[in-house]
Design a protein around this ligand. Sequence first.
Ligand SMILES: *[C@@H]1O[C@H](CO)[C@@H](O)[C@H](O)[C@H]1NC(C)=O
Ligand SMILES: *[C@@H]1O[C@H](CO)[C@@H](O)[C@H](O)[C@H]1NC(C)=O
Ligand SMILES: *[C@@H]1O[C@H](CO)[C@@H](O)[C@H](O)[C@H]1NC(C)=O
Length: 394
Amino acid sequence: MKNSRIAIIMSFLFLVDFCAAQSEVLQISNFGGTPNSDITQAFIKAWTLACASPTPTKIVIPAGTYMLTGIDVKGPCKAPIEIQVDGTIQAPSDINLVQKGSDQWVRFQYINSLTLSGQGVFDGQGADVWKQGRAAWKKGSSTSTKISMNLGFNFLNNTIIRDITSKDSKFFHIMVLACNNITFDGVTVTAPAMSPNTDGIHIGKSTDVKILNSNIGTGDDCVSLGDGSRKVTVQNVNCGPGHGISVGSLGKYTTEDHVAGLLVKNCTLKETDNGLRIKTWPSAPGTITITDMNFEDITIIDVLNPIIIDQEYCPYNQCSKENPSKIKISKVSFKNVHGTSKTPEGVIFICSSGVPCDEVELNNIDLTFNGAPTKAKCSNVRPIVIGKAPACQA
Ligand SMILES: *[C@@H]1O[C@H](CO)[C@@H](O)[C@H](O)[C@H]1NC(C)=O
Ligand SMILES: *[C@@H]1O[C@H](CO)[C@@H](O)[C@H](O)[C@H]1NC(C)=O
Ligand SMILES: *[C@@H]1O[C@H](CO)[C@@H](O)[C@H](O)[C@H]1NC(C)=O
Protein backbone atom coordinates (compact mmCIF):
# COMPACT_ATOMS: atom_id res chain seq x y z
CA MET A 1 0.00 0.00 0.00
CA LYS A 2 2.61 2.48 1.16
CA ASN A 3 5.01 1.39 -1.56
CA SER A 4 2.47 1.86 -4.33
CA ARG A 5 1.63 5.35 -3.02
CA ILE A 6 5.30 6.25 -3.12
CA ALA A 7 5.49 4.83 -6.61
CA ILE A 8 2.57 7.03 -7.70
CA ILE A 9 4.15 10.14 -6.13
CA MET A 10 7.49 9.27 -7.68
CA SER A 11 6.01 8.85 -11.13
CA PHE A 12 4.03 12.10 -10.70
CA LEU A 13 7.24 13.93 -9.83
CA PHE A 14 8.96 12.31 -12.78
CA LEU A 15 6.13 13.44 -15.04
CA VAL A 16 6.34 17.04 -13.80
CA ASP A 17 10.07 17.00 -14.32
CA PHE A 18 9.68 15.39 -17.74
CA CYS A 19 7.13 17.94 -18.87
CA ALA A 20 9.25 20.82 -17.64
CA ALA A 21 12.23 19.46 -19.53
CA GLN A 22 10.07 18.93 -22.59
CA SER A 23 8.92 22.44 -23.14
CA GLU A 24 10.02 25.72 -21.79
CA VAL A 25 7.70 28.02 -23.74
CA LEU A 26 8.63 31.55 -24.68
CA GLN A 27 5.78 33.71 -25.98
CA ILE A 28 6.95 36.37 -28.42
CA SER A 29 4.65 38.89 -26.68
CA ASN A 30 6.80 38.60 -23.53
CA PHE A 31 9.66 40.07 -25.53
CA GLY A 32 7.65 42.99 -26.90
CA GLY A 33 6.51 41.16 -30.05
CA THR A 34 2.91 42.23 -30.65
CA PRO A 35 0.76 41.94 -33.78
CA ASN A 36 0.99 44.71 -36.38
CA SER A 37 4.50 45.65 -35.32
CA ASP A 38 8.04 44.69 -36.34
CA ILE A 39 9.03 41.69 -34.20
CA THR A 40 12.68 41.50 -35.32
CA GLN A 41 14.12 42.63 -31.97
CA ALA A 42 11.63 40.55 -29.97
CA PHE A 43 12.57 37.46 -31.95
CA ILE A 44 16.30 38.02 -31.46
CA LYS A 45 15.79 38.39 -27.69
CA ALA A 46 13.71 35.21 -27.49
CA TRP A 47 16.18 33.31 -29.64
CA THR A 48 19.16 34.41 -27.53
CA LEU A 49 17.45 33.10 -24.40
CA ALA A 50 16.34 29.87 -26.08
CA CYS A 51 19.75 29.17 -27.55
CA ALA A 52 21.47 29.57 -24.18
CA SER A 53 18.93 27.39 -22.36
CA PRO A 54 20.10 23.92 -21.32
CA THR A 55 16.54 22.57 -21.67
CA PRO A 56 14.50 22.30 -24.89
CA THR A 57 12.69 25.55 -25.63
CA LYS A 58 9.77 26.54 -27.78
CA ILE A 59 9.27 30.05 -29.11
CA VAL A 60 5.62 30.75 -29.95
CA ILE A 61 4.39 33.37 -32.40
CA PRO A 62 0.59 33.15 -32.17
CA ALA A 63 -2.04 34.04 -34.77
CA GLY A 64 -1.93 37.65 -35.98
CA THR A 65 -0.04 39.66 -38.55
CA TYR A 66 3.53 40.72 -37.82
CA MET A 67 6.29 42.59 -39.67
CA LEU A 68 9.85 41.35 -39.73
CA THR A 69 12.84 43.22 -41.15
CA GLY A 70 14.82 40.00 -41.20
CA ILE A 71 16.65 37.61 -38.90
CA ASP A 72 19.96 35.81 -39.12
CA VAL A 73 20.29 33.54 -36.09
CA LYS A 74 23.11 31.14 -35.40
CA GLY A 75 23.87 28.20 -33.14
CA PRO A 76 25.27 26.12 -31.79
CA CYS A 77 22.61 26.07 -29.08
CA LYS A 78 22.59 24.13 -25.81
CA ALA A 79 19.38 22.15 -26.44
CA PRO A 80 16.76 21.58 -29.15
CA ILE A 81 14.65 24.59 -30.15
CA GLU A 82 11.21 24.66 -31.69
CA ILE A 83 9.72 27.77 -33.25
CA GLN A 84 5.98 27.57 -33.61
CA VAL A 85 4.57 30.17 -35.96
CA ASP A 86 0.81 30.46 -36.21
CA GLY A 87 0.76 34.07 -37.38
CA THR A 88 1.47 35.68 -40.72
CA ILE A 89 4.91 37.25 -40.85
CA GLN A 90 5.46 39.83 -43.56
CA ALA A 91 8.72 40.97 -45.13
CA PRO A 92 9.11 44.60 -46.24
CA SER A 93 8.07 44.70 -49.89
CA ASP A 94 10.89 47.19 -50.62
CA ILE A 95 14.25 45.40 -50.94
CA ASN A 96 15.97 48.43 -49.38
CA LEU A 97 14.17 47.73 -46.12
CA VAL A 98 14.99 44.02 -45.78
CA GLN A 99 17.99 43.27 -43.55
CA LYS A 100 21.16 44.40 -45.29
CA GLY A 101 23.90 42.14 -46.51
CA SER A 102 21.92 38.90 -46.40
CA ASP A 103 20.26 37.22 -49.35
CA GLN A 104 17.94 35.39 -46.96
CA TRP A 105 15.18 37.18 -45.11
CA VAL A 106 14.81 34.54 -42.37
CA ARG A 107 18.07 32.65 -41.92
CA PHE A 108 19.05 29.84 -39.55
CA GLN A 109 22.65 28.64 -39.36
CA TYR A 110 24.84 26.15 -37.44
CA ILE A 111 22.08 24.63 -35.34
CA ASN A 112 21.53 21.05 -34.21
CA SER A 113 17.87 20.03 -33.59
CA LEU A 114 15.72 22.86 -34.88
CA THR A 115 11.99 22.50 -35.51
CA LEU A 116 9.95 25.12 -37.32
CA SER A 117 6.26 24.34 -37.05
CA GLY A 118 2.78 25.84 -37.08
CA GLN A 119 0.02 27.03 -39.34
CA GLY A 120 1.78 30.34 -39.98
CA VAL A 121 2.83 32.05 -43.18
CA PHE A 122 6.14 33.63 -44.16
CA ASP A 123 5.06 36.24 -46.70
CA GLY A 124 7.97 37.61 -48.74
CA GLN A 125 5.77 40.24 -50.45
CA GLY A 126 7.72 39.79 -53.67
CA ALA A 127 5.27 41.32 -56.15
CA ASP A 128 7.05 44.71 -56.37
CA VAL A 129 10.41 43.05 -57.01
CA TRP A 130 8.97 40.72 -59.68
CA LYS A 131 7.61 43.81 -61.47
CA GLN A 132 11.00 45.54 -61.45
CA GLY A 133 12.59 42.47 -63.03
CA ARG A 134 16.21 42.94 -64.05
CA ALA A 135 16.45 46.47 -62.63
CA ALA A 136 16.09 45.02 -59.15
CA TRP A 137 18.81 42.47 -59.86
CA LYS A 138 21.25 45.10 -61.07
CA LYS A 139 20.72 47.10 -57.93
CA GLY A 140 21.14 43.94 -55.83
CA SER A 141 24.49 43.06 -57.34
CA SER A 142 25.94 46.55 -57.06
CA THR A 143 24.98 47.32 -53.46
CA SER A 144 24.61 45.46 -50.19
CA THR A 145 20.89 45.34 -50.89
CA LYS A 146 20.15 41.78 -51.94
CA ILE A 147 17.00 40.27 -53.31
CA SER A 148 16.18 37.86 -50.55
CA MET A 149 14.92 34.32 -50.37
CA ASN A 150 12.22 33.78 -47.78
CA LEU A 151 13.90 31.07 -45.69
CA GLY A 152 17.51 29.91 -45.46
CA PHE A 153 18.50 26.72 -43.64
CA ASN A 154 22.27 26.56 -43.64
CA PHE A 155 24.65 24.16 -41.86
CA LEU A 156 21.88 22.55 -39.82
CA ASN A 157 21.64 19.00 -38.46
CA ASN A 158 18.42 17.20 -37.51
CA THR A 159 15.88 19.78 -38.61
CA ILE A 160 12.13 19.50 -39.07
CA ILE A 161 9.98 22.02 -40.91
CA ARG A 162 6.34 21.15 -40.41
CA ASP A 163 3.11 22.67 -41.75
CA ILE A 164 4.28 26.22 -42.34
CA THR A 165 3.67 28.18 -45.57
CA SER A 166 6.15 30.19 -47.61
CA LYS A 167 4.38 32.72 -49.80
CA ASP A 168 5.42 35.17 -52.54
CA SER A 169 9.15 35.12 -51.96
CA LYS A 170 11.16 37.79 -53.77
CA PHE A 171 13.57 35.10 -54.99
CA PHE A 172 13.90 31.35 -54.16
CA HIS A 173 11.48 30.44 -51.38
CA ILE A 174 13.57 28.00 -49.37
CA MET A 175 17.29 27.23 -49.49
CA VAL A 176 18.76 24.11 -47.90
CA LEU A 177 22.54 24.43 -47.83
CA ALA A 178 25.02 22.10 -46.11
CA CYS A 179 22.37 20.41 -43.98
CA ASN A 180 22.26 16.86 -42.64
CA ASN A 181 18.93 15.20 -41.94
CA ILE A 182 16.32 17.83 -42.71
CA THR A 183 12.65 16.99 -43.23
CA PHE A 184 9.88 19.14 -44.67
CA ASP A 185 6.49 17.68 -43.82
CA GLY A 186 3.16 19.18 -44.84
CA VAL A 187 4.57 22.48 -45.99
CA THR A 188 3.03 24.80 -48.58
CA VAL A 189 5.01 26.94 -50.97
CA THR A 190 3.03 29.34 -53.09
CA ALA A 191 3.69 32.09 -55.64
CA PRO A 192 2.07 32.91 -58.98
CA ALA A 193 3.21 31.12 -62.16
CA MET A 194 4.49 34.43 -63.53
CA SER A 195 6.82 35.22 -60.61
CA PRO A 196 10.44 34.88 -61.82
CA ASN A 197 13.04 32.77 -59.96
CA THR A 198 10.73 31.83 -57.11
CA ASP A 199 12.01 28.22 -56.87
CA GLY A 200 10.24 26.26 -54.14
CA ILE A 201 12.92 24.31 -52.28
CA HIS A 202 16.51 24.37 -53.53
CA ILE A 203 18.94 21.84 -52.07
CA GLY A 204 22.72 22.10 -52.18
CA LYS A 205 25.58 20.22 -50.50
CA SER A 206 23.15 18.41 -48.20
CA THR A 207 22.54 14.81 -47.17
CA ASP A 208 19.36 13.09 -46.07
CA VAL A 209 16.74 15.60 -47.16
CA LYS A 210 13.06 14.66 -47.14
CA ILE A 211 10.19 16.65 -48.64
CA LEU A 212 6.94 14.93 -47.73
CA ASN A 213 3.19 15.55 -48.02
CA SER A 214 3.65 19.05 -49.39
CA ASN A 215 2.11 21.39 -51.97
CA ILE A 216 4.44 23.51 -54.03
CA GLY A 217 3.33 25.96 -56.73
CA THR A 218 5.70 28.68 -57.96
CA GLY A 219 7.09 30.51 -60.98
CA ASP A 220 10.17 28.25 -61.17
CA ASP A 221 11.29 24.75 -60.11
CA CYS A 222 9.16 23.24 -57.33
CA VAL A 223 12.16 21.33 -56.02
CA SER A 224 15.67 21.66 -57.41
CA LEU A 225 18.79 19.71 -56.54
CA GLY A 226 22.07 21.56 -56.78
CA ASP A 227 25.52 20.09 -56.46
CA GLY A 228 26.34 17.87 -53.50
CA SER A 229 22.73 16.77 -52.97
CA ARG A 230 22.68 13.24 -51.54
CA LYS A 231 19.92 10.93 -50.32
CA VAL A 232 16.96 13.14 -51.19
CA THR A 233 13.36 11.89 -50.97
CA VAL A 234 10.40 13.78 -52.43
CA GLN A 235 7.22 11.91 -51.60
CA ASN A 236 3.48 12.68 -51.74
CA VAL A 237 4.17 16.12 -53.19
CA ASN A 238 1.97 18.13 -55.55
CA CYS A 239 3.88 20.44 -57.88
CA GLY A 240 2.32 23.11 -60.05
CA PRO A 241 2.37 25.67 -61.38
CA GLY A 242 6.12 25.79 -61.89
CA HIS A 243 9.01 24.27 -63.77
CA GLY A 244 8.79 20.82 -62.19
CA ILE A 245 11.21 18.76 -60.15
CA SER A 246 14.73 19.36 -61.40
CA VAL A 247 18.23 18.06 -60.89
CA GLY A 248 20.65 20.79 -61.94
CA SER A 249 21.56 22.72 -63.81
CA LEU A 250 25.05 21.36 -63.21
CA GLY A 251 28.51 21.51 -64.72
CA LYS A 252 29.13 25.23 -64.78
CA TYR A 253 31.83 25.17 -62.08
CA THR A 254 34.76 22.85 -61.26
CA THR A 255 34.03 23.20 -57.54
CA GLU A 256 30.76 21.23 -57.69
CA ASP A 257 30.19 18.00 -55.74
CA HIS A 258 28.57 14.80 -57.04
CA VAL A 259 24.81 14.33 -56.91
CA ALA A 260 23.69 10.88 -55.79
CA GLY A 261 20.50 9.33 -54.51
CA LEU A 262 17.10 10.80 -55.33
CA LEU A 263 13.72 9.15 -54.90
CA VAL A 264 10.67 11.00 -56.18
CA LYS A 265 7.62 8.91 -55.35
CA ASN A 266 3.84 9.35 -55.54
CA CYS A 267 3.99 12.92 -56.80
CA THR A 268 1.67 14.85 -59.11
CA LEU A 269 2.89 17.49 -61.53
CA LYS A 270 0.14 19.70 -62.87
CA GLU A 271 0.47 22.31 -65.62
CA THR A 272 4.21 22.66 -65.18
CA ASP A 273 6.76 23.43 -67.92
CA ASN A 274 8.82 20.37 -67.13
CA GLY A 275 7.92 17.32 -65.12
CA LEU A 276 10.93 15.25 -64.10
CA ARG A 277 14.12 16.87 -65.35
CA ILE A 278 17.90 16.50 -65.21
CA LYS A 279 19.87 19.32 -66.84
CA THR A 280 23.57 20.02 -67.38
CA TRP A 281 25.42 22.77 -69.27
CA PRO A 282 27.24 22.06 -72.52
CA SER A 283 30.75 23.48 -73.10
CA ALA A 284 31.24 23.71 -69.34
CA PRO A 285 34.17 22.57 -67.18
CA GLY A 286 32.33 20.49 -64.52
CA THR A 287 33.07 16.76 -64.43
CA ILE A 288 30.91 15.48 -61.56
CA THR A 289 28.57 12.50 -61.81
CA ILE A 290 24.82 12.31 -61.34
CA THR A 291 23.71 8.83 -60.32
CA ASP A 292 20.91 6.83 -58.72
CA MET A 293 17.96 9.08 -59.61
CA ASN A 294 14.62 7.30 -59.31
CA PHE A 295 11.15 8.58 -60.17
CA GLU A 296 8.13 6.36 -59.54
CA ASP A 297 4.34 6.47 -59.28
CA ILE A 298 4.07 9.89 -60.90
CA THR A 299 0.93 11.55 -62.24
CA ILE A 300 1.48 14.09 -65.01
CA ILE A 301 -1.31 16.54 -65.91
CA ASP A 302 -0.83 18.80 -68.94
CA VAL A 303 2.94 19.19 -68.67
CA LEU A 304 5.06 20.51 -71.57
CA ASN A 305 8.07 18.18 -71.11
CA PRO A 306 7.01 15.37 -68.77
CA ILE A 307 10.31 13.41 -68.72
CA ILE A 308 13.49 15.17 -69.80
CA ILE A 309 17.23 14.72 -69.51
CA ASP A 310 18.85 17.75 -71.14
CA GLN A 311 22.64 17.83 -71.33
CA GLU A 312 22.48 20.74 -73.75
CA TYR A 313 20.71 23.02 -71.30
CA CYS A 314 21.35 26.54 -72.48
CA PRO A 315 18.52 28.96 -71.73
CA TYR A 316 18.44 32.24 -73.67
CA ASN A 317 21.42 30.94 -75.72
CA GLN A 318 23.77 32.21 -73.05
CA CYS A 319 26.29 29.44 -73.77
CA SER A 320 27.78 27.50 -76.67
CA LYS A 321 26.69 23.98 -77.53
CA GLU A 322 29.94 23.34 -79.37
CA ASN A 323 31.40 20.96 -76.78
CA PRO A 324 29.45 18.25 -74.98
CA SER A 325 28.70 18.31 -71.25
CA LYS A 326 31.29 16.37 -69.20
CA ILE A 327 28.77 15.31 -66.57
CA LYS A 328 28.19 11.54 -66.48
CA ILE A 329 24.58 10.55 -65.79
CA SER A 330 23.83 6.94 -64.79
CA LYS A 331 21.27 4.73 -63.05
CA VAL A 332 18.17 6.80 -63.71
CA SER A 333 14.75 5.13 -63.61
CA PHE A 334 11.27 6.32 -64.50
CA LYS A 335 8.69 3.84 -63.28
CA ASN A 336 4.88 4.07 -63.47
CA VAL A 337 4.65 7.53 -64.94
CA HIS A 338 1.23 8.26 -66.41
CA GLY A 339 -0.90 11.17 -67.56
CA THR A 340 -1.11 13.87 -70.20
CA SER A 341 1.61 15.74 -72.05
CA LYS A 342 1.17 19.12 -73.75
CA THR A 343 3.65 18.15 -76.49
CA PRO A 344 3.97 15.02 -78.71
CA GLU A 345 7.28 14.08 -77.05
CA GLY A 346 6.58 12.67 -73.62
CA VAL A 347 10.19 11.59 -73.17
CA ILE A 348 13.26 13.59 -74.22
CA PHE A 349 16.74 12.25 -73.52
CA ILE A 350 19.48 14.52 -74.85
CA CYS A 351 22.53 12.88 -73.30
CA SER A 352 26.13 14.01 -73.74
CA SER A 353 27.98 12.77 -76.84
CA GLY A 354 31.16 12.89 -74.74
CA VAL A 355 29.87 10.81 -71.80
CA PRO A 356 26.63 9.06 -72.86
CA CYS A 357 24.02 8.23 -70.21
CA ASP A 358 24.17 4.71 -68.74
CA GLU A 359 21.46 2.49 -67.26
CA VAL A 360 18.49 4.74 -67.94
CA GLU A 361 15.30 2.76 -67.43
CA LEU A 362 11.80 3.42 -68.74
CA ASN A 363 9.38 1.18 -66.90
CA ASN A 364 5.66 1.41 -67.57
CA ILE A 365 5.33 4.88 -69.06
CA ASP A 366 1.84 5.82 -70.16
CA LEU A 367 1.74 9.41 -71.39
CA THR A 368 -0.65 10.75 -74.00
CA PHE A 369 -0.80 13.86 -76.17
CA ASN A 370 -4.26 14.72 -77.53
CA GLY A 371 -5.32 11.19 -76.72
CA ALA A 372 -2.49 9.46 -78.63
CA PRO A 373 0.58 7.86 -77.04
CA THR A 374 3.55 10.23 -76.83
CA LYS A 375 6.91 9.61 -78.52
CA ALA A 376 10.40 9.41 -77.09
CA LYS A 377 13.33 11.33 -78.52
CA CYS A 378 16.73 9.96 -77.51
CA SER A 379 20.35 10.74 -78.24
CA ASN A 380 23.49 9.21 -76.72
CA VAL A 381 21.51 6.77 -74.58
CA ARG A 382 19.95 3.33 -75.01
CA PRO A 383 17.19 3.14 -72.43
CA ILE A 384 16.33 -0.17 -70.81
CA VAL A 385 12.63 -0.64 -71.50
CA ILE A 386 10.40 -2.62 -69.14
CA GLY A 387 6.67 -3.03 -69.76
CA LYS A 388 4.98 -0.27 -71.71
CA ALA A 389 7.07 2.68 -72.87
CA PRO A 390 7.45 4.75 -76.05
CA ALA A 391 10.20 3.52 -78.38
CA CYS A 392 13.20 5.79 -78.88
CA GLN A 393 13.52 7.86 -82.03
CA ALA A 394 16.64 9.79 -82.96
C1 LIG B 1 26.49 18.72 -37.82
O1 LIG B 1 27.09 17.45 -38.05
C2 LIG B 1 28.40 17.53 -38.58
C3 LIG B 1 28.84 16.13 -38.94
O2 LIG B 1 28.59 15.23 -37.91
C4 LIG B 1 29.29 18.20 -37.53
O3 LIG B 1 30.60 18.31 -38.05
C5 LIG B 1 28.75 19.59 -37.25
O4 LIG B 1 29.50 20.20 -36.22
C6 LIG B 1 27.29 19.50 -36.79
N1 LIG B 1 26.76 20.86 -36.67
C7 LIG B 1 26.06 21.27 -35.62
C8 LIG B 1 25.60 22.69 -35.68
O5 LIG B 1 25.77 20.55 -34.68
C1 LIG C 1 16.91 13.27 -37.87
O1 LIG C 1 16.43 14.39 -37.13
C2 LIG C 1 15.25 14.13 -36.40
C3 LIG C 1 14.79 15.43 -35.77
O2 LIG C 1 15.73 15.96 -34.92
C4 LIG C 1 15.54 13.05 -35.35
O3 LIG C 1 14.36 12.73 -34.65
C5 LIG C 1 16.08 11.79 -36.05
O4 LIG C 1 16.47 10.84 -35.09
C6 LIG C 1 17.28 12.16 -36.92
N1 LIG C 1 17.69 10.99 -37.68
C7 LIG C 1 18.94 10.58 -37.74
C8 LIG C 1 19.21 9.40 -38.60
O5 LIG C 1 19.83 11.12 -37.10
C1 LIG D 1 0.03 9.92 -52.55
O1 LIG D 1 0.09 11.32 -52.31
C2 LIG D 1 -1.17 11.92 -51.99
C3 LIG D 1 -0.93 13.40 -51.78
O2 LIG D 1 -0.56 14.01 -52.97
C4 LIG D 1 -1.76 11.30 -50.74
O3 LIG D 1 -3.03 11.83 -50.50
C5 LIG D 1 -1.85 9.79 -50.91
O4 LIG D 1 -2.26 9.20 -49.70
C6 LIG D 1 -0.50 9.22 -51.29
N1 LIG D 1 -0.61 7.79 -51.57
C7 LIG D 1 0.14 6.89 -50.96
C8 LIG D 1 -0.07 5.48 -51.37
O5 LIG D 1 0.96 7.18 -50.10
